[in-house]
Design a protein around this ligand. Sequence first.
Ligand SMILES: Cc1cc2nc3c(=O)[nH]c(=O)nc-3n(C[C@H](O)[C@H](O)[C@H](O)COP(=O)(O)OP(=O)(O)OC[C@H]3O[C@@H](n4cnc5c(N)ncnc54)[C@H](O)[C@@H]3O)c2cc1C
Length: 390
Amino acid sequence: MSRPVLFVIDDDVGVVHALRDDLGRRFGEDFRVIGESSAVAGLAMLRKLADEHEPVALLIVDHDLSEMSGVGFLACAHELHPLARRVLLVERDYSARSPVVQAMTLGEADYHLTKPWMLEQDLYREISEFLADWAKDQEAGFELFHVIGLPQDRGTHEVRELLTRFNVPFRFHTADGEQGRHLLNGKGLDTSRLPVMIRHDGYTMVEPAPAQIVAAVGGSTCSEVDECDVVIVGAGPAGLTAAVYAASEGLQTVVLEESVSGGQAGNSPMIRNYPGFPHGISGHELTRRACEQAWMFGAHIVFSQRTADLARRGDGRVVRVGAHPSRWPLDRPPLPLETSMPGVFAAGDARYRSIKRVASAVGDGATAVRLAHEYLAAGHSDELSPIPRG
Ligand SMILES: Cc1cc2nc3c(=O)[nH]c(=O)nc-3n(C[C@H](O)[C@H](O)[C@H](O)COP(=O)(O)OP(=O)(O)OC[C@H]3O[C@@H](n4cnc5c(N)ncnc54)[C@H](O)[C@@H]3O)c2cc1C
């Protein structure tokens, strides 16, 4: 198979040549750039590539072709090359009438590029992003794990889901298939206990528990610190944001997450309303970045660790989270977001009458840290400690 194709079409031959040359200079080693200036010739070329099983990575299509609309061309081209990312080429027009606004709203394009373009600021940066997105759907060149199991088996399904949510490249083999049997035999195992996971370095796990899998991919499953300023329960958007703010503001921060990071947002294939990502971003990618950011600031993130209760130190009483104004135990009024347990703040979807949006969870997470500073400054930091389950 030859290099994947970057396909460009515009009625203006000058634009086609300029784009072909600019893309070729930067991406020519890994991709073939093919340019056309008529819709009929363009579709014929794309059909030929499809017949020859030649992959197309990007379809860069001018919105105003004379023979058919750019969106119409993209629809036909995408049928031939469904994995290609659809890029609409438009004039600089930031009004609501720009064709890209409607195309993005109706899901008829994945991205846009504007004419004329600046090489480093626009074209190369944006094309690299589009290609990174396209590459996600391509066969991984390297698998960190082989998973051997049965497709209908619940344990096998859970292992595959956990690895997917951790963004770990793996290959699945059915235990009764040739390759699956070969891998099991190589480890002296049979099909009596499944699933089996084999890491690239040979480390093998049979019927692994979630905590074992997390540890095998490099995540922590127990806290490395005995004391901290802030404990965050849950690594969804609210918890991760709180971790970023708390850790970056010098608070010793521990995050306890019962599963893997991302929360509900981690399951969303595309979040289009989060500010800063005009073409949208997958919930997994957004929360993965937030998790890495919190870690970079020094937050201790503990996966596969469910917090069962919060305990009040001293008298040993165990209390549960849940705001109830009538049960507020102190003379001072509660701080915003503070629950019926002084010093415990509810952020994101967990909060009563929350908005159920990623951005509002993120806002709550940042706000809660500001309030935690206030609470700590008042000298109540030793009132509560979390009790991990198990
Ligand atoms: C499929 C889907 C698509 C969505 N799309 C959008 C969208 O496009 N735009 C948008 O704005 N919103 C969207 N939402 C809503 C958005 O994802 C939520 O509002 C947001 O994730 C809330 O964040 P959160 O951190 O408050 O809670 P969650 O995301 O629910 O995260 C809570 C975390 O806490 C963990 N946890 C819970 N209990 C414990 C415990 N006892 N111990 C340890 N950890 C615990 C959970 O495992 C979870 O990781 C979508 C939701 C779903 C389900």
